[in-house]
Design a protein around this ligand. Structure first.
Ligand SMILES: [Zn+2]
Length: 193
């Protein structure tokens, strides 16, 4: 299986420090939440599983995309497939740091005993698809496979947004009226839709 690769942009120069920050933040969350369980330090060294579901297609995946310091290709490809532009049915190589942000959210849920998938309203968008979406920024990080619009059954979008801010992996957009939260790996920033 081959996936279209989206060329990295200049923001990727920030990636190493960004990733360290994300890892440290996620570790801090876990240790603050459950100091006695000691799940903080090894969260990111464990296999990184995501459980995602896509209402637009009815598909779900529960796959490990990263383990032992490297990509797990079969799982990664299935996740990329789920996160495809469903309008034109095109999957691309999804940004790993954005998957890590989702993984942080998933781990946060699990640490509270919430065993539910992340519902993905939007993942990768081809620029032509993005252009047809009302209110979407033309340079949206969705077009670079670096953004996700997500919600979790039974968890308020506000809580998801607050945790996203805590992770500080990138941008967080909170859309209370639309019941989803936008997360991306761009500059750390916050807005209300
Ligand atoms: Zn979005």
């Amino acid at each position: 299986m081959s996936l279209l690769q989206i060329a990295p942009d200049s923001e990727d120069l920030l990636a190493p420090s960004r990733r360290r920050f994300l890892l440290a933040a996620a570790g801090a969350v876990a240790s603050v939440t459950y100091p006695s369980l000691g799940i903080a330090t090894d969260f990111w060294s464990q296999p990184r599983e995501l459980w995602l579901t896509r209402p637009a297609t009815g598909e779900s995946v529960r796959e490990v995309y990263w383990a032992d310091g490297q990509l797990v290709l079969p799982g990664y490809y299935r996740i990329c497939q789920l996160l495809r532009d469903v309008r034109i049915n095109q999957a691309v190589q999804f940004d790993i740091i954005t998957l890590d942000i989702a993984r942080g959210i998933y781990g946060w849920l699990q640490s509270f005993g919430i065993n539910r998938p992340i519902i993905v309203n939007s993942g990768y968008r081809h620029p032509s698809t993005n252009a047809g979406i009302e209110g979407a920024a033309r340079s949206s990080l969705h077009t670079r496979a670096q953004a996700l619009d997500v919600r979790i059954e039974g968890v308020s979008s506000e809580s998801v947004a607050r945790f996203g801010l805590y992770l500080a992996g990138g941008g967080v957009g909170f859309y209370p009226g639309k019941n989803f939260t936008h997360v991306d790996r761009g500059r750390v920033r916050y807005w209300r839709g």
